[in-house]
Design a protein around this ligand. Structure first.
Ligand code: AGP
Length: 611
């Protein structure tokens, strides 16, 4: 949660910071602020903070301009401790306003530290955990900012990415991280810190992914990286491969819509890169043929949408590779004393690779001796670094808070993984593998067909945008599709929506159905199609309003439902890839119709880096 960006260089810091902050707004948007050391002054830091979105901060700065300065920090917040208001917004400063900092993370022992510091005369203004850090640094400050930060962070329990500046050192920015992401951007006569690459991409593509337990001292002329104990580190400098366009809306009304449209290209690229002559190449998997053959169990750990991808993974891996798969919400796995047998592999799935619960679950599993393989989108993320094997989805930056292209890229990777495991374990016939890969390669084109006709889906969505409650039903491989459809809708339109295995409907959710409910049924062709039709009839007799997602050519379904959205025919096992696309679009168009903020839904943040 929260996005931070810091700058030290020769340019005016404010435009750099505000532009970077806007590109991080997906990480939190309940308040924001900026702190700058004005040029020529060593006495006073200039702070501007306000509640609400970054546009409010821009308005504030317009009415109360910031003098030119070349060093500064800024922050966009997703509140954990303290209401989202001006006082709790970052940056936070010490009592004489000489040191200021921004923080992403949570300080668990802040109350104890606060009491101690209060007794020493420190005056607190906010309800945040963050404010304690700046007072602690100030307490230890004897003229050396880096040393004071180093001393203070040793006493912090929890997670943090920090950017700290001090008026005594107008050309210095000190950064530190543990548990929350932080990158350093290397420019010419300027250097940056940021929570994520998009914030600095227009200035540089050279980045250092700061590791847990590392801190850095940045001036305009260079960057020094240290361990928390002071030992110098020679950091690896990476080159970011995506462009500024990848993090812009490119003419789309919302990032979510753009990302929905990017799905065919993302899937196509992965398939071209990972398959050749009916073989799947999963370099990075980190499992030998012998380890694959002796696999006894796969435990998927993930959260939210990635968890739904993992659920689809269970169906396809069990079917194609004959390995038992369990799927756990990471937040549950870490607290339930899990049994990790020999030859168990943990498969962690995460778009960001920074989700706190997923990381904690992975660490728990590792402590119990498990091998960790991850499917992740963000290069260099904490999850990627902590895994034995890493399968990058390379779907490009996903900015919309509601995950779309990352989900289908995760599914695509899971199909490839299932085929690879099946081939290595010699349980999938070569014809079956060849047919599946051939059909998988057709999916991007089928996506394009669905997207071409998105106006029809938009019409259905608008006609149904008034319902106060939605039920999503699916069976077998499309049970997770129903869950994902419901999650998308509730995330961005705030309409209560439940996803259910259709066979479970009669055990409870059927009580919800009357003429005021809408039910979205994933009824694509499958072995359980007839059962799905029976469910549809049961809903019909209770006057529910039914939207079906069905396979092209299925005319007979029309007589049972109010609206049908067709997706092209494909292999039964691949239908989750196609069926989710109309559900993403329905959620999108309903949210737009209801005037919701699609890319920045209330109370949410893109990566959940706190528990
Ligand atoms: C998806 O639309 C959500 N915003 C959310 O459920 C997300 O999938 C979840 O927080 C996991 O994130 P991750 O993939 O980055 O770990």
């Amino acid at each position: 949660m929260c996005g931070i960006i810091g700058y030290v260089g020769t340019k005016d810091a404010y435009p750099v910071l505000i532009d970077g902050l806007k590109r991080l707004e997906y990480r939190g948007y309940d308040s924001s602020g900026v702190g700058i050391i004005p040029e020529g002054s060593q006495k006073s830091l200039v702070l501007r903070k306000t509640h609400g979105k970054i546009a409010n901060l821009q308005d504030l700065v317009k009415s109360k301009p910031i003098p030119i300065g070349h060093t500064g920090v800024s922050h966009t917040r997703w509140a954990t401790h303290g209401a989202p208001n001006q006082v709790n917004a970052h940056p936070h400063s010490n009592n004489d306003g000489t040191i200021t900092l921004v923080h992403n993370g949570i300080i668990e022992n802040y109350e104890v530290l606060k009491e101690r510091l209060k007794k020493k005369g420190h005056k607190f203004k906010s309800d945040t955990d963050t404010e304690v850090i700046v007072h602690l640094i100030s307490d230890y400050y004897k003229g050396d900012l880096k040393a004071a930060v180093q001393r203070a962070i040793k006493e912090l329990h929890g997670a943090f990415a920090l950017g700290v500046i001090c008026t005594d050192h107008p050309d210095l920015l000190v950064a530190a991280r543990i548990g929350s992401p932080l990158i350093i951007g290397l420019g010419k006569n300027e250097n940056f810190i940021a929570s994520d690459v998009p914030a600095i991409l227009q200035h540089t593509k050279r980045v250092i992914y700061l590791k847990d337990g590392e801190m850095a001292a940045l001036t305009k002329d260079g960057v020094e990286v240290f361990k928390f104990d002071g030992r110098k580190v020679r950091p690896k400098v990476d080159r970011v491969t995506f462009t500024v366009d990848a993090v812009a809306k490119a003419g789309y009304a919302h990032f979510m819509l753009k990302e929905i449209h990017e799905q065919p290209a993302a899937l196509r690229q992965m398939l071209n890169f990972r398959t050749q002559n009916n073989k799947v190449h999963l370099e990075g998997l980190g499992l030998s043929e012998k380890q694959i053959q002796s696999l006894k169990q796969i435990v998927v750990i993930a959260c939210g949408t990635a968890y739904h991808a993992g659920m689809v993974g269970k169906y396809i891996i069990e079917s194609l590779a004959r390995v038992p798969v369990t799927v756990d919400a990471a937040s549950e796995f870490r607290y339930r004393d899990p049994i990790i047998g020999r030859n168990t592999v943990i498969l962690a799935i995460s778009q960001s690779g920074e989700t706190a619960d997923t990381l904690a679950a992975v660490r728990e599993a590792r402590a119990r001796g498990a091998k960790i393989v991850s499917i992740c989108n963000v290069i260099g993320s904490s999850l990627a670094r902590e895994s034995d094997g890493i399968l990058y989805t390379h779907a490009g930056p996903e900015i919309g808070v509601a995950s779309t292209k990352a989900y289908t890229a995760q599914l695509n990777m899971l199909y490839l993984l299932a085929v690879k495991l099946g081939q290595s374990r010699k349980v999938i016939k070569s014809k079956q593998a060849a047919d599946l890969l051939r059909d998988l390669k057709k999916v991007p084109r089928l996506y394009e067909q669905v997207l071409k006709d998105k106006a029809a889906i938009a019409r259905v969505a608008r006609k149904n945008s008034h319902w106060g409650c939605f039920l999503f039903l699916g069976r077998n491989v499309n049970y997770p599709t129903a869950l994902e459809g419901a999650l998308k809708l509730k995330e961005i339109s705030y309409i209560p929506a439940e996803g259910y295995a259709a066979g479970e409907m009669k055990h409870g959710p059927i009580a919800l159905i009357d003429e005021y409910r809408a039910v979205i049924c994933v009824a694509t062709q499958s072995d359980t199609y007839d059962k799905m039709i029976s469910n549809i009839q049961e809903i019909n007799s209770r006057k529910g309003n039914i939207i079906a997602v069905a396979t092209a050519g299925d005319r007979s379904i029309k007589k049972h439902v109010h609206h049908v959205i067709y997706v092209p025919k494909t292999n039964n096992l691949l239908t989750p890839l196609l069926a989710v696309l109309p559900l993403q679009l329905i959620a999108y168009y309903i949210a737009v119709k209801r005037g919701c903020d699609v890319d920045q839904p209330r109370n949410l943040a893109k990566s959940v880096t706190v528990e």
